[in-house]
Design a protein around this ligand. Structure first.
Ligand SMILES: *Cc1c(COP(=O)(O)O)cnc(C)c1O
Length: 327
């Protein structure tokens, strides 16, 4: 297989034209409480208010709408049960493209139902993510369905990069951007957009201490496997893929720093987002707030924090926000 070329700023502008009308342009709002606490102007990019509850719709819609008519007719297939699966199911339904989401029988039934409710066909295969992936591969090679991965795909990265264009328009003199980091599609896309216009801007990836695959891979200088453990930031779990083609290289080359936050820092940030900003944000979505509060960002200057998703179990959310503020 030939290695595709890395996405460019031009691809991000094209993505914006492609997905316009299919996604919402999310607000960037100043946070008075965070600005006071950090002693610097802090803005929140409310991307958790995106349709389907996360930024994943931008990349999913761009990748899907960039397929040629024949590929669209054959449909798309993916193994993600989380925010990407949701986003792809929604984008496919809107564009009248058949979508199959494969998952193992261990996936909780509420997740299965959520994806089914978005109009995708769900196939329950085997008892592991690997089994589900085998079915994805079978549908892709046997039926010519387009396999769309959650982060390591040029059109997905370009779609996420449209957030960077919006940040530049709303806050041209920003110094630092804090971005949740897992497989790196979100950070790679935003970094590409922001650094192209403003090379001095500092791009910081934030992830959880528990099972940070991209962080371990950056330290090793190549993609490595990391044991997956439970975290409040469940949407940041999973590896970067040993044969990663795009996101690892882009994050390695464009990103200034990666910082790690603890489970209690994530819980505090969920609570803060709710109590001070009246925003329901999932664990993965608040890690930028957590990093700033923990003092992990030296001299942040004018700072934008990307809140990336809101898909948290509401009973769990109520439990977290009811707890007294720990420090
Ligand atoms: C997927 C996801 C991330 C991480 O995005 P990557 O492109 O994998 O780095 C962050 N936050 C939320 C809510 C997500 O769903």
């Amino acid at each position: 297989m030939t290695i595709g070329s890395l996405p460019t700023l031009q691809d991000i502008y094209r993505a914006r034209r492609t997905i316009g009308g299919h996604v919402v342009r999310t607000p960037l709002v100043p946070s008075i409480a965070l600005s006071d606490a950090a002693g610097t102007p802090v803005y929140l990019k409310l991307e958790h208010q995106q349709i389907t509850g996360s930024f994943k719709l931008r990349g999913a819609a761009n990748a899907l709408l960039s397929l040629d008519p024949e590929q669209r007719r054959r449909g798309v297939v993916a193994a993600s049960t989380g925010n990407f699966g949701r986003a792809l199911a929604h984008a496919a339904k809107q564009a009248d493209v058949p979508a199959v989401i494969c998952m193992s029988r261990l996936v909780p039934s509420n997740k299965v139902e959520a994806i089914r409710a978005l109009g995708a066909e769900v196939r329950i295969i085997g008892s592991s993510q690997d089994d589900a992936q085998e079915e994805v591969d079978r549908l892709a090679s046997g039926y010519g369905m387009a396999m769309l991965p959650p982060f390591d795909h040029a059109d997905v990265i370009a779609g996420q990069g449209t957030i960077g264009l919006e940040l530049l328009e709303d806050l041209p003199d920003l110094d630092t951007v804090l971005v949740p980091l897992s497989g790196g599609g979100l950070l790679a896309g935003i970094a590409l957009a922001v650094k192209s216009a403003n090379p001095k801007a500092r791009l910081v990836g934030v992830t959880m201490e528990r099972g940070a695959a991209m962080h371990a891979s950056l330290c090793a200088g190549r993609p490595v496997l990391v044991e997956e453990v439970e975290s409040l930031a469940d949407s940041l779990g999973g590896g970067v893929g040993l044969s990663n083609r795009y996101s690892f290289a882009l994050v390695r080359d464009l990103v200034d720093d990666v910082v790690l936050v603890s489970e209690s820092q994530i819980a505090n940030a969920i609570r803060f987002a709710y109590r001070q900003e009246q925003q329901v944000v999932e664990g993965a979505g608040v890690v930028g707030i957590a990093a700033l509060f923990a003092g992990l960002i030296a001299d942040p200057g004018v700072t934008a924090i990307v809140l990336s998703g809101r898909n948290i179990d509401m009973a769990r959310h109520a439990e977290i926000v009811a707890n007294a503020m720990e420090t």
